[in-house]
Unconditional design. Structure first.
Lengths: 701, 141
């Protein structure tokens, strides 16, 4: 199993690490959760995670007393702590007096004293809380406004309790993004972890949705707990399994042999001061699960790969060759997580990335797993790369939080096979899923997005152009998994394609998907992602202007829409999106654009994973948005609702620019407009992507 | 009074309101929210609705009387009214509001005026039925 690991791209590692960290975090600092006061049944400390999101402090603002009363009752039924306000002014006063007194705000759009969007802006600027907009108005323009003003969700009245049950995701996501933002160069584990969790969930079927959600929820809760560390009184120092640390760990395990690796010995080998045996033990446990999962997935991947490979053998060949190079470089480079991260981030920011840097990140990712058996990896990786490119992205992305760092993405590519089920978070982001779904749709099964890159690009349009065909399937798949595994292919393919693209220096759509991802996740918001703003959002933590704050590193890189655009002249996506080209046209553009974006910015590896997923989305959304209400959108929207992303029923399943959303939080947004908006700094609310492969708590070991 | 009979009568009214489209799924949502903490939740919400919406009806009436007609204001009031109606599940009333909105957009005063009379009619109609319904529920309890 260990040998398979190497091929697992960093994404997998990142995801796994983040998963671990999530778990670890779970055990720490949950005290804050125990202060739930919503009247939930008393739960044991162990069940802290179960308590969440109970106790979520919600401020609901609506001038309609009937609605207010109903909402209050519904929120209380969800075990939230509710405060009512019937004017925006009162709400602002309350918020200002009590800056940390609320977790999320739900506000009506039409209010007598102040426009809901203005309130939204105020809150975003002053308190930086997630805000959900509500209205009986389901017009696309209004929803779009919500997105552009930074609402993290948009509910259509009459609001159903089901829609309210999931609002906690926005809180978690936001915190994750924020945390991640500050952890840019930090471990991407958190995001990965979360993704991993999502991956674990069976996203391929709606039945699993709940599972996934539960696991995601758990992860989110952990995240939440982590986020609340400062407020928690039970905070314990958490071990942050950074990439470096994990590499040390893996090296130790490798040295001992996975079967003989016992925490005590690993600890000794690692020789990290401050690390306890317990830390290692729990990490080892997760690692084992992870490997198990990977091996299970790899089969899947292989199947997928073959399907992918066939039509595009040539393409793949190229990819593999590149990968091969990367692998070698990676091997030579040894551990490069930090570097790759930095590179990726730099890239993301629009700074030119040295060519060497490109492969590096990927390599780095690989190194995470591959340093154990570099040689072996290579050979396997070669084959796998191709597969990885195809399937990996899918898997990796599948469920991989958008926060995955480029490295992770790269590893995704490489280890796509082993990862197999690395669910790209895309799905997770609920919201982004719609986008993904779109992406998936656009790509007929077996068509890899990677085709989009450069030489592949021509293919993309065709593949993308078949959304209708694959929509149904992909949507279903995508919906569930974001980036479905190989079986889920339809949606998956596109993603994998993107991931493979990621590997290439060419800007693969990976970035795009990422960006789109977040967009997708938030209903209304995500739909806008097609635009540059979308990317903004995607980028991790960009959030502030109320836009998404994707956690992806890639996204952070994408964040600078300006940079992004500048650095990626080929980013036709933007152009395309702006011109609302026909679906096909967009597709062409988007993929390449996306790719470029993601590529230059991130270089991927971890990010690629996300990117793939992300790319998938944006492309779709872009095309979708362009299409404005194409059938696909409808499908997607529909599907989105079905998938785990939990599209809110209240959302307007508007084509193209609507949030299908994701949720993230998932509908079709007008990516382009969103992207554009992003550039203006008005991003949709945080995206669901919280792709943070290695980022964990800031708490140092 | 035979409580069982009253209960049956109340149930009958309820199902006919739902079947005939006077009320929709949202009303059921409200019923589901009712629990031991709020045993009369639905009735309270409906009462609140009728109290508050009376204000909106008045506003719309006034706006329709004023000259020149401010269609923007009309549309705004109607939007609020519609939102309220939808929140308690007043389906028929809400649907009538759609017509009003269209006339507003077309700045068709006559259309607005006539439609609004219909809206008020449905509104009062539903109110009576719901009053009877809640009364029966109380007596049947």
């Amino acid at each position: 199993m260990l040998y398979i690991v190497p091929h697992i791209c960093c994404v997998a590692v990142a995801v796994w690490i983040s998963e671990l960290n999530l778990t670890m975090n779970l055990s720490n600092g949950r005290g804050s959760m125990s202060t739930v006061t919503s009247g939930a049944a008393v739960k044991s400390a162990d069940a802290v995670s179960d308590q969440f999101p109970a106790g979520l402090r919600v401020l609901v603002v609506d001038d309609d007393p009937t609605c207010l009363m109903i909402l209050e009752k519904m929120l209380r039924t969800c075990l939230y702590e509710v405060t009512k306000c019937n004017t925006a002014e009162k709400a602002l006063t309350l918020l200002r007096k009590n800056k940390n007194g609320f977790d999320i705000v739900i506000s009506d759009v039409h209010m007598p004293d102040m426009d809901g969007f203005k309130l939204l802006e105020h809150i975003g600027l002053e308190m930086d809380l997630p805000v959900i907009m509500m209205s009986a108005d389901d017009g696309k323009n209004v929803v779009m406004k919500g997105v552009t003003h930074g609402a993290c969700d948009y509910l259509i009245k009459p609001v159903r309790i089901e829609a309210l049950k999931n609002i906690w995701q926005h809180v978690v996501r936001k915190r994750k993004n924020e945390w991640r933002d500050t952890e840019q160069s930090g471990s991407a584990e958190e995001g990965d972890r979360q993704q991993k969790a999502s991956d674990d969930a069976d996203y391929s079927s709606s039945a699993n949705e709940s599972n996934w959600r539960n696991s995601k929820k758990r992860r989110d809760e952990e995240e939440e707990a982590e986020e609340r560390d400062d407020t928690s009184t039970l905070k314990k120092p958490r071990v942050v399994w950074s990439v470096e640390l994990h590499q040390q760990f893996v090296a130790a395990v490798d040295q001992l042999g996975i079967d003989k690796a016992v925490p005590k010995k690993i600890l000794e080998l690692m020789n990290v001061p401050g690390l306890t045996r317990e830390n290692v033990a729990s990490h080892l446990q997760k690692y084992r699960l992870y490997l198990r999962r990977l091996s299970g997935v790899s089969q899947h991947q292989n199947n997928m790969n073959s399907s992918f490979m066939n039509p595009q053998d040539a393409t793949f060949g190229t990819i593999s060759s590149i990968n091969g190079i990367d692998l070698q470089t990676l091997a030579a480079a040894g551990q490069l997580p930090a570097q790759s991260l930095a590179t990726l981030q730099a890239a993301g920011l629009g700074r030119s990335t040295p060519k060497a840097g490109l492969p590096m990140p990927i390599m780095d990712q690989r190194n995470l797993f591959s340093f154990e058996n570099p040689r072996l990896r290579f050979s396997e990786g070669q084959q796998q790369q191709q597969h990885l490119s195809n399937s990996k992205p899918v898997n990796l992305l599948h469920g991989i939080p958008t926060n995955m760092e480029p490295k992770q993405l790269a590893s995704l590519h490489q280890s796509s096979q082993p990862l197999g089920n690395m669910t790209v978070r895309v799905n997770a982001s609920t919201q982004s899923n719609p986008l993904l779904m779109q992406m998936a749709q656009s790509q007929p099964r077996g068509h890899m997005l990677s085709e989009n890159t450069g030489p592949h690009l021509p293919r993309l349009p065709s593949s993308l152009g078949q959304p209708s065909a694959s929509n149904g399937t992909s949507n279903a798949l995508m919906g569930r998994n974001g980036i479905a595994g190989s079986t889920r292919a339809p949606g998956y393919n596109p993603i994998s394609q993107s991931s493979s693209m990621m590997n290439f220096p060419i800007n693969q759509t990976t970035e795009m998907p990422i960006s789109s991802f977040p967009l997708g996740s938030t209903p209304g918001i995500s739909s806008i992602t097609t635009k540059g703003s979308f990317q903004e959002e995607v980028t991790s933590g960009i959030k502030r202007a109320g836009g998404f704050v994707p956690n992806y590193d890639i996204f952070s890189e994408l964040k600078k829409p300006l940079d992004w655009e500048v650095s990626n002249p080929s980013l036709t996506y933007n152009a395309a999106s702006q011109h609302a080209n026909p679906l096909h046209g967009n597709i062409d553009v988007s993929p390449s654009v996306l790719v470029q974006q993601s590529f230059s910015s991130n270089q991927q590896t971890g990010q690629s994973r996300d990117a793939n997923t992300m790319i998938v989305k944006p492309i779709f959304s872009a095309s979708e948005s362009m299409e404005q209400g194409t059938l696909q959108n409808q499908h997607l929207n529909t599907l989105v609702t079905d998938n785990s992303i939990r599209v809110k029923t209240e959302r307007i399943p508007d084509a193209s620019s609507q949030t299908n959303f994701y949720p993230e939080h998932y509908g079709q947004e007008d990516l382009m407009s969103a992207l554009l908006k992003q550039q203006e700094g008005i991003g949709p609310a945080e995206n669901d992507f919280d792709f943070d492969g290695y980022s964990l708590d800031n708490v140092p070991v | 009074m035979d409580k069982v009979r009253l209960q049956r009568e109340a149930a009958f009214i309820r199902s006919s309101l739902l079947d005939q489209g006077y009320l929709d799924e949202q009303f059921i949502q409200l019923e589901e929210l009712q629990d031991n903490d709020n045993p009369n939740f639905v009735e309270e919400v409906v009462t609140l609705f009728y109290t508050d919406s009376a204000r909106l009806i008045y506003n719309i009436d006034q706006a329709l009387l004023s000259n020149p007609t401010d269609f923007t204001k009309l549309d705004d009031y109607m939007h609020q009214f519609k939102g309220s109606c939808s929140s308690i599940g007043a389906k028929k009333v809400k649907n009538e509001c759609n017509g009003f909105g269209e006339y507003c957009e077309a700045q068709n005063y006559d259309g607005c005026f006539r439609t609004f009379q219909q809206i008020k009619q449905e509104y009062i109609n539903l109110k009576k039925k719901l009053e009877t319904y809640f009364q029966l529920l109380k007596e049947a309890a």
